[in-house]
Design a protein around this ligand. Structure first.
Ligand SMILES: *Cc1c(COP(=O)(O)O)cnc(C)c1O
Length: 361
């Protein structure tokens, strides 16, 4: 059917069986005589899908019962502001691990609301590494510690998460949620835009503890308050119903694959194919990232020159592989290997990399 291998960083590839279910169900969902996207968000048809998606996500990620799962709009970017607006308190201070472009954006918004200390600043080594989990210290009185579990542009990923002491741990998991097992009980708040690993753009998932919900100030505009959304089960206003529906399909697909342990294994296998192609190229390809924290989701690499990078990207496109150009801010190449990327996609890219190096090295 001429389907391409889509290595875009986001929005990103979805599993074909999920796309086929959308196609088959979009006009008449479940034989109910109307589409899921044209029914009231307060009716039983949508509510069943909404609540099922929450429980499927809870089960897959092992989210404890004392956490609320919220479905919001605004992307992960709105969370950069909502996190400090809800958690910081007047005159409060918080700590951010500055691991790359996304962490810096999150910290930049937080500075509008209080004091932000860098728990680590990767700027000194160009954001190619991460601190050891055990070396992260959070000062007493901190409102929270924020980290970015996977830097989508930079290509670094936390393998073990730090202890944050009495301060709750807050994580932007936009680009690796559902890609591996996580110790969900250790996080006070997790947020993720859906369009990398969860489904279509337009939905942001927030997982927040009951304890942190109590921090939302009373004088926040309603939409910006986690407490308001939690009290209304994310039905305070119209949720992104299409994206929530597809999230549910994605979660069922994930279970059918064998759950997160199986997904994690396959993601590691895919990433290993590409890192092996880089490491065995005799220096033709270079990955600048500390091997201990190389991302399984976004593999960044360089070729000997920008001319060769351009030529390489051109050849991948001719071979039906899209999205391998690196982010405009850093250049180079990037292969995003989210859950929807089949193993064959990784194999095809690794083979082309080997072949290209042999012809151009
Ligand atoms: C994509 C991404 C974002 C931004 O998400 P939007 O939904 O576009 O706001 C934030 N953080 C990380 C880690 C991302 O990958």
């Amino acid at each position: 059917m001429g389907r391409k291998y889509n290595f875009y960083a986001g929005p990103s590839t979805l599993p074909v069986p999920v796309l086929e279910q959308i196609r088959d169900q979009i006009v008449d969902t479940g034989g109910q005589g109307l589409s899921m996207i044209e029914t009231s968000h307060r009716g039983g048809m949508y509510e069943a899908v909404h609540n099922e998606a929450i429980e499927l996500l809870r089960g897959l990620l092992g989210v404890p019962a004392d956490r609320k799962i919220l479905f919001l709009g605004g992307g992960a970017t709105l969370q950069f502001a909502m996190v400090p607006m809800n958690l910081l308190g007047k005159g409060g201070s918080c700590d951010y691990v500055l691991s790359g472009a996304w962490a810096k954006k999150a910290a930049s918004d937080a500075r509008l609301f209080g004091t932000v200390r860098p728990a680590y600043d990767g700027g000194t080594d160009n954001f190619t590494s991460l601190p050891r989990a055990s070396s992260v210290r959070v000062p007493a009185g901190s409102s929270y510690l924020h980290l970015t579990s996977n830097e989508t542009i930079g290509g670094v990923q936390w393998k073990e998460f730090p202890e944050s002491g009495p301060a709750p741990l807050v994580a932007d998991m936009s680009s690796d949620i559902l890609s591996r097992r996580i110790p969900a009980q250790r996080f006070g708040l997790i947020y993720a835009g859906a369009q990398k690993n969860l489904g279509p753009a337009g939905l942001t998932v927030v997982i927040i503890s009951e304890e942190l919900l109590q921090r939302s100030p009373k004088d926040l505009p309603a939409y910006l308050s986690y407490r308001v959304h939690a009290e209304e089960n994310s039905l305070y206003n119209t949720p992104p119903v299409f994206s929530v529906w597809v999230l549910g399909l994605m979660l069922k697909w994930t279970n059918a694959q064998g759950g997160l342990a199986a997904i994690e294994r396959r993601n590691e296998e895919k990433a290993a194919l590409i890192y092996r192609a880089i490491d065995s190229s005799g220096g033709f390809y270079r990955c600048p990232i500390d091997p201990a924290v190389r991302s399984t989701m976004n593999v960044v690499f360089r070729l000997p020159s920008e001319e060769l990078e351009k030529k390489f990207v051109g050849e991948t496109e001719k071979a039906g592989m899209l999205g391998l150009k690196g982010h405009r801010s850093v250049g180079g190449c990037r292969a995003s290997l989210y859950n929807g990327m089949p193993l064959e996609g990784g194999q095809a890219l690794a083979a082309l990399m080997g072949d290209f190096a042999a012809r151009n090295g």
